[in-house]
Design a protein around this ligand. Structure first.
Ligand SMILES: [Zn+2]
Length: 278
């Protein structure tokens, strides 16, 4: 199971086509993010997706239908844009003399699988001015960053964590208290996720279980306080893990290497084993 991936299965209808009143509607909503809506007509069912939030979600919709023909390829992969309603598929009744039914499975992940990172964008170090921290594990690091463009700064507990880039807070978890090198804790790290204007997401991980200092939907600027570093989840000690990623059409995450504004050379990729002063 991919962290952040959600799955729901729903049997929408089991309706004899002939007794079906025309133009009925149904709606089911997921995580407060989007709703799948259907409009049933005598010979056709239209399925729509309606976004409930200002940010993007990548959704995969698969349909299992009886006596209904789907126009288009299944499963359907869609990037649901903020506050829109779009038709995703039409199902046509094959034989009007027989019953028809369908069920669907919907999976989703935050983020836009079509997002492209803004070329040349320079991130701020995610801590306070004047502070300096060691990159204990860098991009593609051999401990836990194999294949991942993620950074770990060794950082004392409860160090203020600041947004590396402006964006919108789209998800956070601050309820976990434990941290140690135990695989059972891999999905039990506190985090804050911020959506950037290019559709990529900044993920700040292992935060301490303090009261939230940001709210879902809140806009933050680079340098704003977004939480406090901690030692929650799968860790060997207090540190801040940070990665920029975009969703993929397989509902996974593709991490992206980015440059930071440092006092060394202006803009550069950070190296493992180096201290960076802000
Ligand atoms: Zn890490």
């Amino acid at each position: 199971m991919i962290a952040g991936l959600h799955i729901a299965i729903l049997l929408i209808a089991l309706l004899p086509g002939l007794s079906q009143p025309s133009n009925t509607r149904a709606s089911d909503c997921y995580d407060g993010l989007f709703c799948i809506e259907s409009e049933t007509h005598p010979e056709e069912v239209f399925i729509f997706v309606r976004s409930l939030v200002d940010w993007d979600v990548t959704m995969v919709l698969d349909i299992d239908a009886k006596n209904l023909v789907t126009r288009g390829v299944l499963p359907i992969v869609r990037s649901i844009k903020g506050q829109t309603r779009q038709k995703v598929v039409s199902l046509e009744v094959e034989s009007r003399d027989e019953e028809w039914s369908y069920s669907f499975q919907v999976k989703w992940i935050l983020g836009d699988y079509l997002a492209e990172h803004q070329r040349g964008f320079v991130y701020e170090l995610p801590y306070s001015e004047g502070e300096s921290y060691l990159v204990g594990q860098g991009y593609l690091g051999s401990e836990t960053h194999q294949g991942k463009y993620a950074l770990d700064w060794d950082m004392p507990l409860n160090t203020p964590v600041r947004a590396a880039r402006a964006g919108t807070v789209i998800e956070f978890e601050l309820g976990f208290k434990e941290g140690r090198p135990d695989p059972d804790l891999k999905t039990k790290a506190n985090f804050v996720k911020i959506r950037h204007s290019d559709g990529t997401i900044g993920n700040y991980v292992h935060l301490s279980p303090n009261r939230p200092v940001v709210q879902i939907g809140e806009r933050v600027r680079a340098g704003d306080l977004i939480g406090y570093s901690g030692n929650t989840g799968f860790t060997t000690g207090p540190h801040l893990h940070f990665e920029v990623y975009s969703a993929t059409r397989e509902l996974d995450r593709r991490t992206i290497p980015v440059d930071f504004n440092t006092s060394h050379r202006g803009a550069e990729q950070l190296k493992q084993g180096t201290y960076y002063k802000k």
